[in-house]
Ligand binder design. Structure first.
Ligand code: HPA
Ligand code: ZN
Length: 325
């Protein structure tokens, strides 16, 4: 399989944090445009800081980087640059996370964030024929009351938001902490996702299923430690949105050669491959496919299954799904 094969293979991106597509070049440019000081003098210095030891060491830099995002144009430019890259990578449909609390807590109103993203989404449709949905992700290191305030702040746009997610520091912030706001989100017709089992234990995946009643699990790698959980996930055809380069960058997997993606498929799990925070982890979705396929010696059939699973796992209408399969 050539590099071109991975880039041409049509796929849906289901696990991507738009703030995680902020490339060092854009970070430096937006810092200058908005007269924001960042602790780096050059693009090289920014890149040199991207040596992570765990999730938190990444999140500290990721939240600091997001501080350069100030205006509707900034969110538009960030997202459009991502959609252009994604189109070149064979992405025909994307369901992207955004973290409103990261911005609201810096004094950037929800409207600035959302309107900037929507404007880029409209251009992506016209320019690439790409369909894009937004997933509002709650920050789990903050309390549930703050998540409720975020849901309320998003009220005017909820008819154009497909779902909610749960991200940020996992250990010590179990899914059950957000039981009520997920129930409220479901009542508003939103789909539900949660990061679980990235660094947290298999018990967090059980909670995401039983307490939050999620439609998709983001990451989910640690399910493999619990055979009964694996059997249940397989039986329920529950999607795990797996991010190989992220797993290696955050040291959840020692080396890409050790990645469990094929073990997941062999155990009947509905795994998909995505890019998480590609500007920080060294590659967009086609590179995640290529790297893990090459390192694990995946067959063409396995790669096609991963891409097909991305459409089966997307929040698409039956009609739209049929158009992609
Ligand atoms: N895990 C948890 N929270 C995140 C991540 C991640 O990989 N990326 C951005 N927020
Ligand atoms: Zn993620």
């Amino acid at each position: 399989m050539t590099d071109d094969f991975f880039a041409r293979l049509p796929k849906a991106e289901l696990h991507l944090h738009i703030e995680g597509t902020l490339e060092p070049e854009m970070m430096v440019a937006l810092a200058a445009r908005n007269r924001v000081s960042i602790p780096f003098r050059s693009v090289e210095q920014v890149r040199a800081a991207y040596r992570f030891t765990d999730l938190q060491s990444f999140l500290d830099i990721y939240y600091a980087g997001a501080d350069v995002l100030r205006t509707e144009d900034d969110f538009h430019d960030l997202a459009l640059a991502y959609f252009d890259r994604a189109a070149a990578d064979g992405v025909v449909h994307a369901e992207i996370f955004f973290d409103p609390q990261t911005h609201i807590h810096r004094g950037i109103p929800m409207q600035v964030v959302i309107e900037g993203l929507f404007a880029a989404i409209d251009t992506a449709r016209e320019r690439h024929g790409m369909t894009v949905e937004l997933i509002l992700s709650y920050l789990r290191h903050l309390d549930e009351e703050d998540a409720f305030a975020t849901l309320k702040a998003a009220e005017p746009w909820l008819d154009r938001i497909i779902g909610v997610g749960l991200d940020s520091s996992e250990v010590g912030h179990p899914p059950a902490k957000f039981a009520r706001v997920f129930a409220a989100s479901r009542e508003r017709g939103l789909k539900l996702c949660a990061h679980a089992g990235e660094e947290g234990p298999p018990a967090y995946i059980h909670e995401a299923l039983d307490v939050l009643r999620v439609d998709r699990i983001d990451h989910g790698n640690r399910a493999l430690e619990d055979p009964a959980l694996v059997a249940r996930l397989a039986r329920e055809a529950m999607t795990l949105t797996v991010c190989p380069l992220s797993n290696v960058a955050l040291r959840n997997v020692a080396r890409i050669e050790d990645h469990p993606i094929d073990r997941m498929l062999d155990r009947g799990l509905r795994a998909t491959v995505h890019s998480d925070d590609p500007a920080y982890f060294g590659g967009y979705i086609a590179e995640n496919f290529r790297a893990v396929a090459q390192a694990r010696g995946l067959s063409r059939e396995q790669v096609v299954t991963l891409a097909r699973n991305s459409f089966l796992s997307a929040f698409l209408s039956d009609e739209a799904l049929a158009g992609h399969l």
